[in-house]
Design a protein around this ligand. Structure first.
Ligand SMILES: Nc1ncnc2c1ncn2[C@@H]1O[C@H](COP(=O)(O)OP(=O)(O)OP(=O)(O)O)[C@@H](O)[C@H]1O
Length: 607
């Protein structure tokens, strides 16, 4: 479907649905609401008929005035108009109430489905998709979709009403009815022109607003740096023209929108003038009653509003449909990680074996080629290598966040693809470089993997990490509020919380990306002690950044361009004078307690 995708870059998972599939999909959301929709439809038919009755009664009144019988029927007609008005209001109320409920319920379900789909996505999805875009699909796109259903109901009621009025007019005078219909192409033409202008100015206004938002977001993100360098004035100077531009563009949009209605009123006014003149002449000549003449004059005003909204309808309708297409694409995005079976992982020993694994984020550019590696159960392995060597990639495959293209990955001898992912991931403790803490207390965060853990278990886990001294340094102990993203805690404290959290999870395999940010020596020692406790008896894969780690692990694996170029323990590798020594000289040498600038290089043999 060639929908408008104005200014929106398509995502990888975007797809185009054909009209039938899209409509069927939309209908599946409305089907459970069939009863309410039938009610709304009947209210629409009755309401439109009632609206057409009022001018008809008015025309009868005018005829009665001309005949001189208004004295007898006047009160009856007035009562009829009042009753029809009340009825019309009542029908409209029932219709609006039910249609708002139908639309609200549909959006509720659509949003739940979209959010559910987002939660089910692989981590690769989050790496590739900016979070703002996901948010807008779940929120504003579902809202746009809601406008389709509201608009559809409005459209039907307006088409019906135009139909009723047209039938009435033709019944009275074919000639004048045709004349009245002449106004249709003029109004539709104007509305289409307006639509084009409105779309242009709206698009500009949206873009300028997003510039303002982007500028604000960047400013807030870097506010500490800006303040540090006392650049507030420069930040303000950058913001001002962008804000000015948004003001100008929005103002112009306002002008365009406010111009359309006077123009349409003018057209309706001109049509009325013509009808007054021609219709009046008819009445005088006796070809038409005064009441019919009145009905035609009413007909013009009854016509123009529905006609303009029908003409303006399509662009919004298309926008709503393309929004629904985007939401469905999000819901239907195929998972990259595909399991061939769902065997419960059970308690794992933790043996990991890569057998000829080939993987690339883009399959055309493999990061790992026929990669082989065995990590025994309970073994601790440090991955080292220059940036981009493939260390994180290995950990992402073990955590099954990405799908590899070739080879096999065995866990305790079982193909990783045959395991039920939920139970497998419970056996994997992944700690990122900057541990993420959720709002709440330290205890809440430690308890996160197992909400039913008792206070005693949480305290025991926290105390086991680094001797527990760090808890005393927290103002409220374990009940300290960690703030948004854990901002109220130091980097070191956040890492300690993450380690205690691992103890509560009790995984068989730990994948740890060591923090590069340096912490004070005391915290460093606490983290090291914490690691010793947490990693004991588990298979651990550490993307190592600290000297103390590489000195302690069972095996160091040196990676380069996705290949293992050396492996062994620290002392052996140092003595060898190979690739490890280069990495050591670059990343670890300066962390030695005996470090002096320019000294301590390990000789690297040229071979
Ligand atoms: N999400 C991604 N999409 C595309 N390419 C990626 C992605 N993540 C990593 N890469 C690429 O894969 C290669 C290996 O990256 P990886 O992150 O595994 O390296 P690393 O050794 O962990 O580096 P670092 O120490 O800097 O984290 C690099 O060339 C990198 O550019």
């Amino acid at each position: 479907m060639g929908f408008l995708m104005d200014g929106l870059d398509a995502e990888d998972y975007d797809r185009t649905y054909n009209d039938r599939d899209l409509l069927r999909r939309i209908m599946s959301y409305f089907r459970p609401k069939l009863g309410a929709m039938v009610l709304v439809a009947s209210m629409i038919v009755l309401g439109s008929a009632a609206q057409a009755v009022i001018p008809t009664l008015g025309s009868l009144a005018v005829d009665a005035i001309a005949d001189g019988t208004i004295g007898e029927v006047g009160w009856l007609l007035a009562a009829g108009i009042l009753a029809t008005g009340v009825l019309s209001w009542g029908l409209n109320y029932v219709r609006q109430k039910n249609s708002a409920k139908v639309t609200g319920d549909v959006v509720l379900r659509l949003r739940e489905d979209a959010f559910d789909a987002v939660l089910a996505r692989d981590l690769s999805f989050y790496d590739e998709t900016p979070s703002g875009r996901i948010v807008s699909r779940v929120t504003s796109d579902t809202d746009d979709f809601a406008t389709v259903s509201t608009l559809t109901m409005d459209l039907i009621s307006q088409v019906l009403m135009v139909g009723f009025v047209t039938a009435l007019l033709f019944a009275r005078s074919v000639e004048l009815a045709l004349l009245t219909l002449l106004v249709v192409p003029v109004v539709v033409g104007l509305a289409l022109l307006f639509r084009r202008l409105a779309r242009l100015s709206t698009r500009r206004a949206q873009r300028s607003l997003s510039r303002v938002n982007a500028n604000l977001q960047e400013t807030m993100g870097g506010i500490a740096v800006a303040k540090n360098f006392r650049q507030e004035q420069q930040v303000y100077d950058e913001f001002r023209p962008i804000n000015q531009q948004s003001y100008q563009v929005t103002l112009r949009q306002g002008f365009v929108f406010s111009a359309i209605f006077p123009v349409l009123f003018l057209v309706a006014g001109l049509a009325t003038v013509v009808l007054v003149q021609l219709g009046g002449a008819h009445v005088v000549a006796g070809g038409l009653s005064a009441g019919d003449w009145y009905l035609f004059l009413q007909g013009v005003s009854l016509f123009w509003f529905p006609l303009t909204s029908i003409a303006a309808f399509w662009s919004q309708f298309q926008q709503g449909l393309s929004a629904s297409e985007r939401v469905f694409a999000l819901i239907d995005a195929p998972p990259r990680v595909v399991q061939s079976d769902a065997q419960p992982a059970g308690r794992l020993a933790g043996r990991i074996e890569f057998q000829g694994v080939t993987f690339g984020y883009d399959p055309a550019q493999p990061v790992l080629r026929s990669f082989d590696l065995v990590i025994e159960a309970g073994e601790s392995v440090a991955l080292v290598g220059h940036t981009g060597a493939g260390k994180s990639t290995l950990s992402k495959l073990i955590t099954r966040f990405y799908e590899f293209q070739d080879g096999r990955l065995l866990i305790d001898g079982r193909d990783i693809r045959t395991l039920e992912l939920g139970s497998y991931r419970r056996q994997i403790g992944a700690v990122p470089q900057a541990p993420f803490l959720f709002s709440g207390t330290v205890a809440d965060n430690i308890r996160y993997p197992r909400p039913d853990a008792t206070d005693e278990e949480v305290l025991a886990a926290a105390s086991a990490v680094g001797g527990g001294d760090w808890i005393d340094a927290l103002p409220g102990g374990l009940e300290t509020d960690v703030g948004e993203h854990g901002r109220a805690l130091s980097m070191g404290q956040r890492q300690l919380v993450a380690l205690a959290r691992l103890l509560i999870q009790d995984p068989a395999i730990v994948v740890l990306d060591e923090a590069t940010a340096s912490v004070d020596p005391l915290t460093e020692a606490q983290i090291q002690e914490g690691l010793d406790v947490v990693l004991a008896g588990r298979t651990s894969i550490v993307i190592a950044h600290r000297l103390s780690t590489i000195e302690h692990v069972d095996r160091i694996i040196v990676l380069d361009h996705g290949q293992i170029v050396e492996e062994g323990d620290h002392a052996t590798l140092l003595a060898k004078g190979g690739r490890y020594c280069q990495v050591y000289n670059t990343y670890f040498r300066h962390q030695s307690p005996n470090y002096r600038a320019g000294a301590g290089f390990v000789p690297v043999s040229s071979g």
